[in-house]
Write a protein that binds this ligand. Structure first.
Ligand SMILES: [Zn+2]
Length: 247
């Protein structure tokens, strides 16, 4: 019986009575151990909570700092600064419409591919000098009786337009000219085709709906990113877009 109990690992029967009485001391040491473990647990919890608090503090400071960065990234009313393309890098697309020389080939290639699919795109505006942008921004603004903040939602201030790089182009639909520079352009076959195919020719929509720059949706305005130089021009804009897409 005794052995059987031992074999089953039933230890309680083995403890002599004297020892059982003496268990008060054991219970005491067990309580002490539990208390020790509990305080260890408490200190771990404290360290965990405190480090969490520290990291949230850090995140908050980082957030404030990044907000600072946004205000010092050179934007003016949401638009990023762009320098004017060198005259010798510009070529005619049509008479009166110039683009950076790197854009000409892919632009016509894209237009021809669209035509093959029965879509006729027209090019409305390409390179704009800072001087011309100045005229557009200030003249149009006064015609529309808008203040600069309102105007900047639909047009960049001079020195802040992607058009001055020679890489940006405004596109229309040959058969739906009433939609030129209008939100309705988004419903034209040209826009639908562009959405599906423009990336193949390295064109992207600069100001999609809800863009991180806070510029109004411009379905007609596309920019070329098919060269390292072009990519460099739009690096800040792309970083903002990337950051926004990760949110
Ligand atoms: Zn444009």
């Amino acid at each position: 019986m005794y052995r059987a109990g031992k074999a089953r690992g039933d230890v309680s029967d083995e403890i002599p009575l004297a020892h059982r009485i003496n268990t008060i001391g054991r219970v005491g040491s067990r309580a002490f151990k539990t208390l020790g473990l509990f305080s260890l647990f408490l200190s771990i919890l404290f360290v965990f909570l405190f480090s969490n608090y520290l990291s949230s503090e850090r995140k908050f400071t980082q957030f404030v700092r990044s907000e600072d960065k946004e205000s010092i990234d050179g934007r003016l009313l949401g638009h990023l600064p762009y320098s004017e393309a060198n005259k010798e890098d510009l070529r005619d697309v049509y008479p009166g419409l110039k683009m950076h020389k790197d854009v000409i080939k892919p632009l016509f290639k894209m237009q021809m591919a669209a035509a093959k699919d029965g879509v006729e795109m027209v090019f409305l505006s390409g390179f704009r000098s800072i001087e011309l942008q100045n005229e557009i921004f200030y003249k149009n603004k006064s015609i529309r009786n808008q203040i600069a903040i309102e105007r900047a939602k639909v047009s960049a201030p001079p020195g802040y337009s992607e058009h001055s790089t020679g890489y940006a182009i405004d596109i229309g639909d040959k058969y739906m000219r009433k939609t030129d520079f209008e939100i309705e352009f988004a419903q034209t076959p040209t826009f639908i085709w562009l959405e599906r195919n423009a990336a193949k020719y390295h064109f992207i929509l600069s100001f999609p709906k809800g863009n991180s720059q806070g510029v109004s949706y411009e379905p007609w305005h596309w920019r070329y990113e098919g060269s390292v130089d072009a990519l460099r021009q739009f690096d800040v804009a792309n970083k903002k877009r990337l950051k926004n897409s990760l949110k």
